[in-house]
Design a protein around this ligand. Structure first.
Ligand code: PLP
Length: 405
């Protein structure tokens, strides 16, 4: 009997954050070995909880959540998102140009599906959040990677970006604050990038899901304000800043010249309608999440748990014989690297497997973020600081063994 063959597109698509290493970790756990998991940015798994008033808003509106809703999302929630985006300086934002989805994940796919013809090119960061590459490929597009190297504090180089542009380039994607590097892009850099996008008539897509998770006063600059009349999609959601991954609520806001974007907006609405609507129940949490003061600051302030976790990572790297790192300025990850003078032939996938098998720690190797031959690894900052200190003890043991082999 011939096997059922999956789509050939999938051969190029990967998502190692929940890939083979995670499956192996589950097997080890099932066999009785506790695993320290640093692979997924899922706050509730590490004892963080959704602010009570978000939960209460959902409970209070449960009886109003039984019907299909508007394909773009609850009007009240979209109004709250539009108000936020306008306060951030986004131009021409109205509820008609806001779309709420089942997480930013769904909207990443939808926004690229509404845009791409086969063979169209998309500028993506390397390292990237791998759904951006996957959604580009699955929608017939071709990723063109601009590098965000540790040597450049993980900032993109606008000249390199521009050199990648061809007549097929349609869009430029940024993730700011960045997953996996923790970089927060300064205004002057964003101005240069917007100028390039405007000159080449590219659609800007900026994944700002970590917008309020900032350390040591790093200034977050919303891209839409700088983009002005240049068409721009800004993405945000409840999963990270509001610790509500399981609610599956994300949004996108389309800003810029309506005359240039009305056809694209209509395409987004058609695709949104084809999947009827996002989960209605959880959308009720958007209104208090955006109207009330953000609760994340208590976690990112120097006394807060995320800040302390970040410090545990920085201390762990500083005391390692093998590692260096660019201190994350935002988001919930660190992206340390094994120095080439410490271990010459370092294989990040082999390291990650050994760390799991020998020391029961699950991380994500740097190559999983579409970086060729990466010497990096991504760790989440969500565990307790003491557990992160233990992780560095275990990592050092594996690296010591690898260094002498
Ligand atoms: N974008 C980035 C940069 C992410 O890190 C994630 C999740 O980790 C997502 C989007 C997906 O978020 P959501 O839970 O809203 O689907």
């Amino acid at each position: 009997m011939s096997p059922i063959k999956p789509s050939a597109h999938l051969a190029e698509v990967r998502y190692e954050i929940r890939g083979a290493l995670t499956r192996r970790a589950r097997e080890l756990e099932a066999a009785g070995t506790p695993i320290i998991k640093l692979n997924i940015g899922n706050p509730a798994r590490y004892g963080f909880s959704v602010p009570a008033h978000l939960r209460e808003a959902i409970a209070a509106h449960l009886h109003e959540s039984e019907a299909y809703g508007h394909e773009q999302g609850l009007e009240e929630a979209r109004e709250a998102i539009a108000t936020l985006q306008r306060a951030r300086g986004a131009r021409h934002v109205q509820v008609e140009r806001i779309f709420i989805g089942n997480g930013v994940s769904e909207l990443i796919d939808l926004s690229l599906r509404a845009l791409l013809q086969p063979g169209d090119e998309v500028l993506l960061p390397s390292p990237d959040y791998p759904l951006w590459s996957a959604a580009t490929i699955l929608n017939g597009g071709v990723p063109r990677y601009y590098r965000c190297l540790a040597e450049n504090r993980h900032m993109p180089d606008p000249e390199e970006m521009e050199a990648l542009i061809t007549p097929r380039t349609r869009a430029l994607v940024m993730v700011n604050p960045n997953n996996p590097t923790g970089a927060v892009y300064p205004r002057a850099l964003l101005e240069q990038i917007v100028e390039i996008a405007a000159r080449h008539r590219l659609l800007l897509l900026c994944d700002e899901i970590y917008d309020e998770i900032l350390y040591d006063g790093a200034p977050f600059q919303p891209l839409a304000e700088i983009a002005g009349t240049t068409p721009c999609l800004s993405f945000g959601g409840l999963s990270k800043v509001h610790r509500a991954c399981g609610y599956r609520v994300g949004w996108l806001s389309l800003s810029g010249d309506p005359a240039r974007t009305h056809e694209y907006r209509d395409a987004l609405q058609l695709l949104a309608a084809l999947r009827l609507c996002a989960n209605v129940t959880a959308q009720w949490a958007v209104i208090p999440a955006l109207q009330d003061a953000p609760t994340i600051n208590a976690l990112t302030a120097p006394t807060g748990r995320l800040y302390q976790a970040r410090q545990a990572v920085l201390d762990g790297v500083a005391s390692s014989q093998f590692l260096d790192v660019v201190a994350p300025e935002g988001a919930i990850y660190a992206f340390p690297r094994v120095r080439s003078d410490a271990i010459a032939n370092f294989d990040d996938n082999a390291f990650a497997l050994r760390l799991l098998e020998e020391e029961s720690v699950l991380i994500v190797p740097g190559t999983s973020f579409n970086v060729p031959n990466s010497r990096h690894m991504r760790l989440t900052l969500l565990p307790q600081p003491a557990q992160l200190r233990e992780v560095f003890v275990r990592m050092e043991r594996v690296l010591e063994r690898m260094a002498v082999e």
